[in-house]
Design a protein around this ligand. Structure first.
Ligand code: UDP
Length: 371
């Protein structure tokens, strides 16, 4: 059987890969070899997803994390090249927009191994985002480009990429549709946190643009301190780390963590996250995945950024770009919370994201394309 090397490293990639791995196993034509770069390595950022999503144990664990972007990507490139030379796969599959994605694609293409990119064609048009650089580069290195939306196809066309491009829908919708009922049954997180459905805001923040500069993270803390609603905040290690990095930020973090309306908790498992999203009255996030999941679940979302790659979620006001300015954002939170005229209209358009059949479609194409 031909083999396919999948390069993974970060939380959202484990979630996307779960459903594709299942479909690859069902297809029975390609043997998947998992390479875990180590970019996310804590038990609650990595292991928990392998267990919950039934991912196979990685055949290669590279243990590369931390350091600057160039350093991390360079070390991954070197290590992945060694793995590819040993495995000699028929193709390499990469996901999304992390350093692991770019390193996997670059290592493969230099060895003349075809690259397939899941979540191709997304653009924020903000080159200051490390993710934007990673996704543009990866798309230009890829032979097979799996686009989740029409917008992604159009973005690639604008950059002259039309060969090997498929509109597949979004595997994250597949995951939400298959795991939502499981989360409903199995997750105990609401009980554990003593939360009632639709009586809290769910928050995540971790993008570099929100956590790299002291001013920006201070602005976000200021915004959060001004909210009057109960907020549940599974904090990303990067954000926790940043908030511990200077004396003044540590002081602010203490105020935030001890504020009566805030519940700052460690990152949660995927099933617990789905349960928290599904039962939130409102989601506030800068995460790509969480924006989409809120949309798929029909929960209004405020995105703490100036742009989004997932423009479809903005339709009907399901998602709104609010940045981080408290003056602008607090009234919007109050209005949405109280259902005061800002209620989203219509229903989320799941068909625009492939309706939950993306993984099977991708695997069909892979089985055809990979020779
Ligand atoms: N997620 C999770 N536990 C958490 C926070 C997020 O399982 O505590 C999941 C979330 O449901 C989504 C994915 O992680 O599927 C999003 O990943 P992240 O926000 O790290 O990255 P992004 O999507 O912005 O690339």
């Amino acid at each position: 059987m031909k083999s396919l090397v999948t390069v993974l490293g970060a939380r959202p990639q484990f979630i996307k890969a779960g459903v594709v791995s299942d479909a690859l196993r069902a297809g029975g034509v390609l043997r998947e070899v998992l390479v875990h770069t180590g970019q996310h390595h804590d038990a609650n950022m990595s292991d928990v997803f392998f267990a919950e999503l039934g991912l196979a144990k990685p055949a290669h664990t590279l243990g590369i994390h931390g350091g600057r972007h160039g350093e991390m990507t360079g070390r991954m490139l070197e290590a992945i090249e060694r793995v590819l030379l040993a495995e000699r796969p028929a193709a390499v599959l990469v996901y999304g927009d992390t350093n692991s994605t770019l390193a996997g694609a670059l290592a493969a293409v230099k060895l003349h191994i075809p690259v397939a990119h899941v979540e191709a064609g997304l653009r924020s048009f903000n080159r200051r985002m490390p993710e934007e650089i990673n996704r543009v580069m990866t798309d230009h290195l890829s032979d097979v480009l799996f686009c989740p939306t029409d917008t992604a196809i159009a973005n690639l066309k604008n950059e002259g990429i039309t060969q090997g491009v498929y509109l597949t829908g979004d595997v994250m919708l597949d995951a939400v549709l298959s795991y939502r009922p499981v989360a409903e049954k199995r997750s105990r997180v609401l009980k554990q946190l003593d939360l009632r459905s639709k009586e809290y805001v769910l928050l995540t923040v971790h993008r570099a643009e929100n956590t790299d500069s002291n001013e920006r993270i201070e602005e976000i803390v200021d915004l959060l301190m001004r909210l009057q609603q109960p907020v549940v905040f599974p904090i990303h290690p990067r954000t926790r780390h940043k908030l511990a990095s200077t004396r003044s930020l540590r002081g602010l973090a203490k105020l935030l963590f001890e504020a009566k309306h805030m519940r700052v908790i460690d990152p949660v498992s995927y099933l617990d996250m789905l349960a928290l999203e599904d039962n939130a009255r409102l989601v506030m996030t800068d995460s790509g995945g969480v924006q989409k999941e809120a949309y798929f679940l029909g929960v209004p979302c405020l995105t703490l950024r100036e742009e989004t790659e997932w423009v479809e979620t903005l339709e009907g006001g399901w998602n709104r770009l609010v940045g981080a300015d408290p003056k602008r954002t607090v009234p919007i939170v109050n209005s949405l919370w109280n259902n005061n005229g800002m209620r989203p209209v219509g229903r989320p358009n799941l068909a625009a994201f492939g309706g939950g059949k993306s993984a099977a479609f991708m695997v069909q194409k892979l089985m055809k394309e990979v020779r």
